[in-house]
Design a protein around this ligand. Structure first.
Ligand SMILES: Cc1cc2nc3c(=O)[nH]c(=O)nc-3n(C[C@H](O)[C@H](O)[C@H](O)COP(=O)(O)O)c2cc1C
Length: 393
């Protein structure tokens, strides 16, 4: 086990939060012909969401995709799917992915307020700036050059926040002009939340700067410890210029098995059975992301063929091994400043439940030890309730 020092930005009192990727596109979360007992249909997802909220998960994240990519040839639309999942659950926060450029921020702000009222304050958004050029071009929409997409995204988020928190809101900019607008009703008042939470997915230098200045949460693709430290520093530096303190979420693909050898064997099989043409097509399409910028940094810029099989670089995070090894690794990420782990699995229903039963209790023990060793206490009052009987498959 590697043990990194505790960063000054780590929040040791607050328990880590856990999210899972909603499989609302076909093909599972790895582009491989290995058996995946995961379905993209609504009935499967409804049950999965209930299992997750009973197993200690606080968030679920949908994906927005309009056209086939990385083998996901069928997709359910993210905002409507999220709304339906909110209706099917009681405590889970559902984060809906949305592309600026596909939505007007006022229309989305209104939509999310309605979802927030229907769900008692559990609606959230993940603002994604897009990399799949054909989706925009073939819809007849403008495709902005990489860094310019983030200029629009920043205006988009400012508009969302303004419309959610102010009356007679006005904003004039390059992409959006809003005049004297009041959305009624306002979002639900939830203690500790100023408005529906705004997550942000993106890795390049431009993405980090825009996220730092505007987002509540910064989401990263899978990374190792050193890689994520860099992202945290970039985002926090931008946030400091406007006195904001964002929280951090990190993606990881979980393979938790009885022994480390079994877990590694499963990874080997995923890779051996990779759907090569789909992964190669994806590798070509993502050149529109951070790689296309001046410094060449960003999501997928240094991803190998093997990394891209989990299309959000989830193997890099290293959540592969026994429950103990995975829990230890997760707490290492907490020590550098991660607040939330976003997870994916081969067999979602079974493995989300097993994660809640086998990995989370060890994480909680390690978090409590870590807090004590640093002269503080884990605030257990903030831990989500679990109900494994309710989660029974
Ligand atoms: C957690 C997370 C979720 C994302 N979800 C989506 C999505 O649903 N749809 C999409 O088109 N892009 C999604 N993205 C991709 C980002 O919008 C962005 O295009 C990508 O991170 C490349 O960013 P970069 O060029 O700034 O490195 C997601 C990214 C992250 C980190």
């Amino acid at each position: 086990m590697t043990t990194s020092p505790v960063s000054s930005v780590a929040n040791l009192e607050t328990p880590l939060k856990f999210a899972y990727w909603v499989p609302n596109v076909s093909g599972g979360l790895v582009v491989s012909t290995i058996e995946q007992r995961t379905s993209w249909d609504f009935e499967y997802n409804k049950k999965l969401a209930r299992i997750a909220e009973n197993s200690g998960f606080e968030y679920a994240l949908t994906q927005t995709r309009y056209a086939a990519s990385y083998g996901a040839d069928k997709q359910h639309e993210a905002t409507s799917f999220s709304l339906a999942l909110l209706g099917a659950t009681e405590r889970l926060n559902i984060i809906s992915a949305v592309h600026p450029g596909m939505w007007h921020p006022g229309v989305l702000a209104k939509f999310i307020i309605t979802a927030d009222h229907i769900s008692g304050g559990r609606a959230a958004v993940n603002i994604v700036s897009g990399w799949l050029k054909d989706e925009f071009i073939n819809f007849g929409l403008e495709w902005l050059e990489h860094d310019e997409r983030y200029v629009r995204t920043e205006e988009f988020i400012n508009a969302l926040r303004g419309l959610w928190t102010q009356q007679n809101y006005s904003q004039s900019g390059k992409y959006y002009n809003i005049k004297d607008f009041t959305l009624n009703p306002a979002p639900v008042e939830v203690p500790g939340r100023a408005h529906p939470e705004i997550f942000f997915g993106g890795n390049s230098t431009a993405a980090q700067a825009a996220a730092g200045r505007t987002a509540d949460w910064y989401f990263s693709n899978g990374k190792d410890l050193e890689g994520f430290k860099e992202n945290i520093a970039g985002v926090r530096a931008a946030a400091a210029t406007v006195n904001r303190v964002p929280k951090f979420g990190l993606n990881g693909f979980v393979i938790s098995r009885g022994t480390e050898a079994e877990a590694k064997e499963t990874l080997r099989e995923i890779v051996a059975k990779a759907h090569r043409p789909a992964v190669e097509g994806f590798a070509a399409a993502v050149k529109e992301a951070g790689q296309s910028t001046k410094d060449g940094k960003g999501m997928w810029a240094d991803s190998t063929f093997e990394d891209l099989i989990q299309y959000n670089d989830g193997f890099k995070t290293g959540l592969i091994g026994t429950p103990e090894q995975i829990a230890e690794r997760i707490v290492e990420f907490k020590k550098i400043g991660v607040n939330l782990m976003l997870t994916a699995y081969l067999h979602f229903q079974e493995e989300v439940e097993a994660f809640g039963r086998e990995v989370l209790p060890i994480v909680r023990e390690l978090e409590a030890d870590l807090a004590r060793a640093n002269g503080t206490e884990l605030n257990t009052a903030l831990l989500p309730a679990t109900n494994f009987e309710g989660a029974a498959l």
